[in-house]
Structure formats: C-alpha cells, structure tokens
Write a new protein. Structure first.
Ligand code: 5RP
Length: 265
C-alpha cells in the first residue's frame, strides 16, 4: 500500500487504538431533512471535535462545515435516489474521484445493495471507485445498504455482503451489528465498522450495540441517528468514544453519558 493510502486510512482508523469513531451525517442524500439533521451546521458543529472523522456529502460539506476543520472527511460519493422514488438501490456515482481529492477527503464512501435488482450496478460502482481510489491513494468505504428492508440485517446476509465488498477491494466496510456478528467481522478481511440504524429506544441500547460490535470484531462505528437524535448528542458521542478507544463497557459509557448530561453537555 502506498504512503498516501496508508496516511489517509490512518486518519480514519486511528493507529493508536486501531479503531475509529466516524460520525455519519450523510442521511439527507436520500432522506432529505432527516429529524434533527434539518440544519446540518447546527447538528454537526458541536460534534465535530469529538469525531475521528465525519461522513457526509459534498453539498453539506461545502455549506455546513468550515474549511478550517481538522476533522477528516469521508465523502459519500454514491446516490441519485430518494426515499419516495422507485428503488433506493438504483444508485450511481454522484461525485467524481477528482472532486474528492479537491475536497481533501480522507476516504470516499458508497453503498452497495447486494441481493437487489441493482446489485450488479452498485457492485460495479464499488469496483470502479476502488480502481480510481488505488490510482490516487484514496481509501474506499463500502456501505452494505439494505434500504427499507431492515429485516435483512442478519449474520448470513451481512457476511455475504461484507465479504463481497472486501473481495472487490473496499478498504473499510460499514455494515450493521447483528446477532452472530463474529461471523460477519471474522470473514471480512478488511476492517469493519457498524452503523447504528434507526434510533433505538434508549442511549444504553446504542452503547450496548457499540460494545457488542467492538467485542465481536468491529473496529468502531460510523454512526448517525443514535448520536444526533439523542437529546444529548455530545455526551452520546463521548460515551461511544469511551467504548471504542478506551475499551470501556456499556455501563461505564452510560455512566459517562449520564454525568455529561447532568453537566448539560
Ligand atoms: C446510509 C448510511 C448512513 O450513514 C448510515 O446508515 C449510518 O447512520 P445510522 O447510524 O443513522 O444508521 O450510510 O446508507
């Protein structure tokens, strides 16, 4: 692996712990003004300092993040669909590699939709992006997206999707936590991070998910709604950091969350 690729990867997965806390705020690319992400700058601003990297589109990056930030950018480069359209899986590449480089991205991210009518096109999107990424030293994060079919999120399906992403050259894979996650992480030869999915009932549920995922082999999270849809998003993000980077358990992280919440953070 060339120096540029290694350097960019080290900005996303921190060498000190071998783990990463990625903040996902790319939801608007198909969901529009998602609850509590209606005004991206207001959501992102207080969280930026506590995220190892931030995953978003070029539009939100340019409009809602100041260019003097030193938080690495993971740029979403796939899309072209909407929640009210015909098929969420019908994605293309929305942002060229050249622009990702101009935006000083630390990595690019795109979704694959294994098992859908657009499996082939989204897997070729990934392959093509990896080929370009290899040329320019840009890591590629593949998201094993399930669209509206949340019930797909089991170890059998996610192992299949993650492994295919790695086989096609993804440098990092983002997937969902599930029962039997050891199989998903263990059969994927590149680092795996987990999304949080729709907001869970309690903060403790999301912290437990994070802990379970890391214990089962995830190198961290690329999480959105369970952080910024919390009433105390900074406290939540800091609690997640405790699990990912300091090997805290869910109870310790929850105690930190409650204490930060009490301080109004
Ligand atoms: C959508 C995405 C989102 O970034 C991802 O779902 C992470 O966010 P959340 O933790 O809210 O699920 O990649 O395809």
């Amino acid at each position: 692996m060339d120096w540029g690729m290694k350097n960019r990867l080290a900005r996303v997965i921190k060498p000190k712990t071998g783990r990463g806390v990625m903040l996902a705020v790319d939801h608007g690319y198909f969901l529009g003004p998602t609850y509590r992400l209606e005004e991206p700058r207001r959501t992102i601003g207080p969280l930026l300092a506590y995220a190892d990297s931030i995953m978003l589109t070029r539009g939100v990056l340019r409009t809602s993040v100041d260019a003097d930030t030193d938080t690495p950018i993971v740029l979403r480069v796939s899309g072209g669909t909407s929640i009210v359209g015909r098929a969420l899986s019908d994605e293309g590449i929305t942002t060229p590699m050249k622009e990702a480089i101009r935006l000083n991205a630390a990595a690019v991210a795109l979704s694959i939709f294994v098992g859908t009518e657009h499996e082939h096109q989204t897997l070729l999107n990934l392959s093509q992006t990896v080929s370009e990424g290899e040329e320019y030293g840009m890591p590629v994060l593949a998201v094993t997206a399930v669209g509206k079919e949340l019930e797909k999120r089991d170890a059998r399906y996610l192992s299949l999707a993650c492994r295919i992403a790695a086989e096609l050259g993804a440098h990092i894979v983002k997937t969902y936590y599930c029962e039997g996650f050891e199989k998903v992480a263990g059969s994927c030869p590149v680092p795996v991070v987990v999304a949080g999915g729709p907001k869970l009932d309690t903060e403790m549920d999301a912290l437990q998910l994070t802990y379970n995922a890391v214990q089962a082999g995830a190198v961290g999270v690329d999480m959105g709604r369970n952080i910024w849809q919390s009433d105390f998003p900074v406290a939540m993000l800091r609690a997640i950091r405790l699990i990912v980077h300091e090997n805290g358990n869910a109870r310790q992280a929850h105690e930190l969350f409650l204490s930060l919440k009490q301080q109004g953070k």
